[in-house]
Design a protein around this ligand. Structure first.
Ligand code: NDP
Ligand code: 2IT
Length: 448
């Protein structure tokens, strides 16, 4: 059955009709379906079993009210979600996002991506995602705690260490995981690995905070190696200044690269001398403790700050988008290419628009989609689950070595399924590589 374009359009028409208005979900599914249609054509068992049709339908969607009291004693109401997308190869696994833009479509896109990403890690984890339209910015610690307690009061009845294991994402870091875990433990009277990203003293894994940023850098290192290149002496542009951006910056610098930008939703800073370990320590304190704005970096180090702008106009060799979805437009992709950027490793989920991806592929960039390059975070979450089950903690070196090997293996999987002549299409490689294991498990488990 040829005419792939028609097949993609027909499939998408059904998805769009069934999930109206969920633009990010349509976008994520479209990218995957484009890669998979030719592959499924060659492997008709997947078409006959309607695997793809089943995969775009969440196994379960939970949506709930989250009432809480602010510091003034006023009642606040947010909406909580958990998308339990696919459990073919393990318990649902994926982060929680707290951000005012959160809605069903965004969480379904993230959950869908997570299914394939988790499969790529080779660890036994299904896919899920959740969160709330709660905005932690400007809230006191007590308000964040009361919100987390209310959120978990409902969520706890749906999750468990062998059922569904949430973790962090935008707006959910160590502080929030602590509050969520405390409430789970109190309600269920059990100390289990029900969340990952926990503190080291209470079941967390070494390297989990670092894992996504380190992993995205290890993945870029593998891509660079295919062209005989390394990070040594490369100029790197990073967006974001949260968890993923911070540790991408740290690892790139350790590998000899020079990171010249960081950003937040208000603007970006450009430091032509590079953000070294001391300056990064300042950023970590600014963002994780003081919860301030990246502009303060410019004031402290006397560099330029560009309010309301993204950093893609800065000349670089490697770009690492580590903030949020659709943060590189077609125009920005063209500027990156024109300035000599030849490698893009996504730390965020779906940060490049579809049009930007086409620009990267046409110009034969080394381009890694988030589901491959940012899988290090959930991979170490999987290792945290293993350690919790074993009731043991591995050393920093052991976890880092495992992370490094997993990123190398994901790279090999992408090369295996994505090589087209002399170019590796990492998007295609990641989509097919992630799909096969989930699809075969679904075939084996019958019509579920
Ligand atoms: P954080 O909340 O720690 O940091 C997010 C950063 O991105 C902040 O600098 C934030 O700026 C910026 N940002 C968030 N939303 C927007 C927006 N709409 N426009 C512009 N900037 C924005 O989150 P993480 O670092 O954990 O997550 C970053 C990305 O990485 C997300 O796409 C997430 O899904 C992905 N990811 C995270 C993993 C993890 O383990 N944490 C694992 C895999 C992927 P501001 O402070 O102004 O909001
Ligand atoms: O997008 C992601 O992979 C994450 N936010 C991490 C999920 C996890 O379970 O560690």
């Amino acid at each position: 059955m040829a005419n792939y374009e028609q097949q993609v359009n027909d499939f998408m028409a059904k998805v769009i009709a069934k999930n109206p208005g969920e633009l990010e979900f349509h976008q994520a599914v479209h990218e995957v379906v484009e890669s998979l249609v030719p592959f499924i054509d060659e492997n008709p068992q997947y078409r006959e079993a309607k695997i793809l049709d089943r995969m775009v339908e969440p196994e379960r969607v939970l949506m709930f009210r989250v009432p809480w009291l602010d510091d003034k004693g006023d009642i606040q109401i947010n909406r909580g979600y958990r998308i339990e997308m696919n459990s073919a190869i393990g318990p649902y696994k994926g982060g929680l996002r707290f951000h005012p833009t959160v809605n069903l479509g965004i969480l379904k896109f993230l959950a869908f991506e997570q299914v394939l990403k988790n499969s790529l890690t080779t660890l036994p984890m299904g896919g899920g995602k959740g969160g709330s339209d709660f905005d932690p910015k400007g809230k006191s610690d007590n308000e964040v705690m009361r919100f987390c307690q209310s959120f978990m009061t409902e969520l706890q009845r749906h999750i468990g260490p062998d059922t569904d294991v949430p973790a962090g994402d935008i707006g959910v870091g160590g502080r929030e995981i602590g509050f969520l875990y405390g409430q789970y433990k109190r309600l269920r009277n059990e100390f289990t690995g029900v969340l990952t990203g926990k503190g080291l003293e209470w079941g967390g894994s070494l390297i989990r905070p670092e894992a996504t940023g380190y992993g995205a850098t290890y993945f870029a290192k593998e891509m660079l190696a295919t062209r005989g290149e390394t990070f040594e002496g490369k100029t790197v542009v990073i967006s974001g200044s949260g968890n993923v951006a911070q540790y991408a910056c740290e690892k790139v610098t350790q590998l000899g690269g020079k990171v010249v930008t960081l950003s937040d939703s208000s603007g970006y800073i450009y430091d032509p001398d590079g953000i070294d370990a001391d300056k990064l320590a300042y950023v970590m304190h600014l963002k994780n403790v003081k919860r301030g704005r990246i502009k303060e970096y410019a004031d402290k180090y006397g560099v330029n700050y560009y309010p309301g702008e993204r950093p893609w106009g800065i000349k670089c060799d490697v770009a690492m988008p580590c903030a949020t979805q659709n943060e590189i437009s077609e125009e920005e992709a063209k500027v990156l290419v024109a300035n000599g950027c030849f490698c893009v490793s996504e730390g965020a989920n779906m940060p490049s628009t579809p049009e930007a991806v086409i620009v990267f592929e046409k110009n034969k960039l080394l381009f890694a989609p988030g589901k491959a390059s940012n899988a290090g975070g959930v991979a170490v979450s999987g290792l945290e689950m293993s350690q919790n089950s074993l009731r043991l903690s591995w050393t920093r070196e052991e976890v880092d070595n495992r992370l490094h090997q997993i990123m190398k293996d994901i790279h090999s999987t992408c090369v295996k399924y994505g090589t087209e002549g002399d170019y590796v299409n990492y998007v295609k490689g990641a989509n097919i590589g992630g799909f096969v294991k989930v699809a075969d498990a679904m075939l084996a488990q019958g019509l579920v």
